[in-house]
Design a protein around this ligand. Structure first.
Ligand code: FE2
Length: 398
């Protein structure tokens, strides 16, 4: 099978066929280019193949992993969250039917809920055995982040003791090559990558909202029970100066990423960012951190930012016009196997929430002078249940 992204190395390989061997300078240039990509913190999907090619010639390029040429523009993405590994997962078929060029896995990718690495690894193997996921994995590049359950435990944060082992299991499962910055960093699994030429450049930024997140503030049991009638959770905002969704190093990295040239930026958070306070896990539990994120988007003059998230077992659109340089939109889609019949109050919600199992898509029409971005949540038959189209010109400060 020829995967998207194969073309560039393939053309090098074909040019080498005429000369009988890969030229040394070509090998070195490929590896040097790969090294520079890694130096920027961006993951190069095909580094392994290129190095293998340099070492072993054309035969090593015969079995590529699914990858994307960073130079190729992307027009169709799908995303999802909350996939119980021990349940049937038929929803991968309608996801595949969308022919996504990239799939973003936004967390609770398995329900590990353990402090035993063997149990965690076994649960990843259950996901790997899901036929639909196997097909997706074979056909579509996947970039993943985690949420609490695959990180380790329900609503877990920085104090989860197994986080470094969990990180290794996660990165092994999602085929992160050895030696990348993502492997070497000691503060989480956050990552970013850009695709496409100037004018059609898409950036995906995946945050790690678990590794450094400080403890949540919980209300007492009776008050929590009283909230249930409003489908609200047991947490309350914490306003202490030390409350953190991201580490200082992650904030610095994010500032650098938001300054990378890109036309559209998909900012991925496992937990919802713009959702108004629900008592469940959202950025609203740490209002200082939410303000900091909005401020960062403003001070970096990052245009084209669209937010996506998972975790909450329903789909909905949120919009914020407060303290932002332009209206910010967020599509939350969850879960792939999970659903919840209630929707907690969300004053930033646009339209109705969808309470069934669902997945999200982002379709970009780069052909227009003013590119269009279609955000959709789909039910488990693949039918759109939430839809919002934005013009790229709406996503910049005027
Ligand atoms: Fe979660």
């Amino acid at each position: 099978m020829v995967y998207p992204g194969w073309c560039k190395a393939d053309s090098v390989a074909r040019s080498d066929e005429s000369s009988g061997a890969i030229q040394t300078w070509q090998r070195e240039r490929l590896i040097m280019r790969t090294g520079r990509d890694l130096a920027t913190g961006n993951h190069n999907w095909r580094r392994r193949d290129i190095i293998k090619a340099a070492a072993g010639g054309l035969a090593a390029l015969a079995v590529p992993t699914p990858g994307l040429a960073q130079a190729a523009p992307i027009s169709r993405l799908a995303f999802g969250a909350c996939a119980e590994q021990n349940k049937p997962q038929p929803i991968w078929l309608p996801i595949l039917a969308q022919r996504p060029e990239l799939f973003l896995f936004l967390g609770d990718n398995i329900y590990a809920d353990t402090r035993d690495p063997d149990v965690m690894a076994a649960k990843y193997r259950q996901l790997a055995a899901q036929p639909g996921f196997q097909r997706l994995r074979g056909e579509t590049p996947i970039i993943a982040t985690w949420d609490d359950h695959d990180y380790g435990e329900n609503d877990a944060g920085a104090d989860y003791p197994l986080k470094r082992v969990s990180k290794q299991i996660f990165l092994d499962f999602f085929d992160e090559p050895p030696g990348t910055e993502r492997r070497l960093r000691d503060d989480g699994i956050y990552t970013a990558q850009t695709f496409g030429p100037p004018g059609r450049r898409l950036q995906v930024i995946l945050l790690d909202t678990r590794f450094a997140r400080t403890p949540l503030l919980r209300i007492d049991r009776l008050s929590a029970l009283a909230r249930r009638s409003r489908a609200m959770g047991p947490y309350q905002p914490t306003t202490t100066a030390t409350a953190r969704m991201l580490s200082e190093r992650q904030w610095l990295w994010l500032a650098a990423q938001l300054s990378v040239p890109a036309d559209i930026r998909i900012l991925c958070s496992s937990t919802p960012i713009l959702m108004n306070f629900t008592g469940w896990e959202t950025w609203a539990n740490m209002p200082g951190e939410l303000s900091r994120l909005k401020r960062l988007i403003t001070t970096t003059s990052a245009s084209g930012v669209v937010l996506i998230s998972g975790d909450v077992h329903r789909a909905e659109l949120s919009r914020s016009q407060t303290n932002v340089p332009y209206p910010l939109w967020e599509l939350t889609s969850s879960g792939l196997t999970k659903s919840w019949p209630y929707a907690a109050p969300n004053m930033n919600r646009v339209g109705a929430a969808y309470n069934g199992r669902n997945f999200g898509t982002i379709e970009i029409d780069w052909e227009r002078l003013d590119p269009r971005i279609a955000l959709r949540a789909h039910d488990e038959a693949g039918m759109p249940v939430i839809s919002q189209t934005l013009s790229l010109s709406e996503l910049r400060q005027v």
